[in-house]
Design a binder for this molecule. Sequence first.
Ligand code: SF4
Length: 386
Amino acid sequence: MSTTAPVLAPLRANEAAQYLITEMQASGLRLEDPAAGAAARKGGAGPTDHKAVTVDGRTVMVPVHSDAAKASPFLARAPDARGVSVLERNGLAVARIEFPRQPRFYRLQTFDGVPYSKIAQLHGSDVLATTVLQTCIRYGRRSTSCQFCAIGESLKEGRTINRKTPEQLGEVARAAVLLDGIKHMVMTTGTPNFTDRGAQILCESAFGVKAAVDLPIQGQCEPPDDPRWFQRMKDAGIDALGMHLEAVTPEVRTRIMPGKASVSVPEYLHAFGDAVKVFGRGQVSTYILAGLGDTDEAILEMCETLIRIGVYPFVVPFVPVGGTPLANHPTPNAAAMRGLLAPLGRMLVEGGLKSADIKAGCGKCGACSSLASYEAGAAAVRAHAA
Ligand code: SF4
């Protein structure tokens, strides 16, 4: 009796936070004060049209610019003097939340006059994220573009620059660590060619950052054509690697990402195996977007295979981005996400893969999904049962 109470209390608190995060990511959030916290980004790669919100100590990205968000039952009241906002659902207060503040490094610019915010951005609460090359051979043509991607939009609108040099990346990363306590970095890239598929540019970029500051880096690219690139990337300073399947069934991949689907699932699985040999079990991950047409069974079956290989499957709800062909495609609802993430949390615990053990990157950050809270819940239940 006296031993179960302290265990069950955090379990319930975790469940409540898990529920709230999943609901908010599905419904989006209205803001009484749109200027609260760090600015929400529009367009570009990664979580865009979202705002970082801290709920129960966990920072997550919540859609604020989508059509669904404009009609969301969730409303964040303007923050008080301590930066705390009351979160309401259908007019009733349900939680207190905070917004990570605008990072200090955004106020700076490089010696050659480029604002740091055009080179890298704050993601979540402590992640520096950059798209080292803002163009992609697949982007801009209906026959090859990934339909969810907005990589060209922020470039078109002058909110970023195309090629971030290794020197610029090192300069910004150093400032972000010193001024804002950044803990790890995500480096993604548009695909520049059909051979190394971005590995070379990631090597040069990681080298530039590591020469300036000791910051764990996750590189993200399509599988390179030659597995020797994995060791080259590691030697250049990349600590963890993301190769993103996005969707798992061939039909869905071909429909949603006709160009990228030319690199088949078996080729990805082969590349994952090679990458795990270099980076280690749990240091290779993949992003899977739920809600694009894959069934739960197909996603969970793929996750089982990935976990067996040693790859962390980071499953996130699809969120439409304005200006893309999928701008009006719905986000999966909270019940659908719970049905997917609860068994996945258990599979991760059974497979011994933990987001906290990843050295850098999306799986470690976890802000685009509520997966980490399901993983924590499954770990707590297992510890309680032991
Ligand atoms: S999970 Fe990845 S893409 Fe999402 S906020 Fe974190 S670093 Fe950015």
